[in-house]
Ligand binder design. Structure first.
Ligand code: FE2
Ligand code: FE2
Length: 272
């Protein structure tokens, strides 16, 4: 039985304002105590970079493989780094320097199962259906809803950036589908990608209008085409979800969200 432990949204904060170090250590200890083959952190690790790095130091050595996906908060600019350099080089370099796996580009293969990852990003395709899909409107109102609008200083629009990441992921999944040494694929994302992972409540602002910034079902549609994909585990929502995505003539996909919240991180084990 393959065991992969997932945690997410640790929001490590050395000052203790968001999630204090001892809570991150607790989660790392609990997950490591179950002796997983791999431990994967699904983004929103820490901001600024010092917190990202200190959080990774807490996770080092907790499993034979430790995989890292970044989240939207990890690419918030800080005094020394614009978002684009964090995304394109700094976060990957800090991850690899610690012997951890930067899943946005590198894969973990264990027990003939490949673990790949991507931040995925949101492209407003998760928008509440009753509100309607209007990309220009969701881009325009973003500063009132998401702090990403104030803290991310790269020039990409959300749908454009999400598409870039989707195309890279699809390329990797195509290669794994053709790789005879891999039987199964697990996809780790920061932003949820299946409707089954989303929370919907038209009476609640977070689970209606703000869903435009919480999901990316368009990427999920692409992932679901690949027969070897058996599980997708995500973060970003700060609420726990365990669901199953049914496919015609293909195996089900386990679809989970790790529901860590500020100050109260959690983790889950995927056994397959
Ligand atoms: Fe988060
Ligand atoms: Fe997030």
């Amino acid at each position: 039985m393959l065991r992969i432990a997932f945690t997410s949204d640790l929001h490590f904060d050395g000052t203790g304002t968001l999630t204090p170090a001892q809570e991150v250590r607790r989660v790392a200890n609990e997950a490591a105590g179950c002796r997983p083959h791999a431990l994967v952190v699904l983004g929103d690790i820490g901001h600024p970079l010092r917190n990202f790095c200190d959080c990774l130091d807490t996770l080092c050595g907790r499993a034979p493989f430790v995989g890292v996906v970044s989240g939207n908060h990890d690419v918030w600019r800080d005094v020394a780094h614009p978002s684009r350099s964090l995304w394109e080089s700094v976060l990957a370099a800090e991850t690899r320097a610690r012997g951890l796996v930067w899943l946005e580009q590198d894969s973990i293969v264990v027990e003939r199962t490949a673990i790949v990852g991507t931040m995925a990003w949101y492209d407003y395709s998760g928008a509440e259906p009753s509100v309607g899909f209007d990309a220009a409107r969701y881009a325009a109102i973003k500063p009132q809803i998401s702090n990403d609008a104030h803290w991310i200083d790269w020039g990409w629009g959300d749908p454009e950036f999400a598409q870039m990441l989707r195309e890279r992921l699809v390329e990797r999944l195509e290669k794994l589908e053709a790789d005879a040494s891999v039987d199964r694929v697990v996809v780790a994302t920061h932003v949820p990608v299946f409707e089954e992972q989303m929370r919907r409540d038209p009476s609640n602002f977070a689970w209606s209008v703000a869903n435009a910034y919480f999901g990316n079902p368009r990427t999920g549609q692409e992932i679901a085409r690949f027969p070897k994909v058996r599980a997708v585990v995500s973060g970003h929502l700060h609420t726990s979800v365990r669901a199953v995505v049914k496919r015609q003539r293909l195996p089900d996909i386990h679809a989970c969200v790790v529901g860590s919240d500020y100050g109260n991180p959690t983790w889950l084990m995927l056994e397959m």
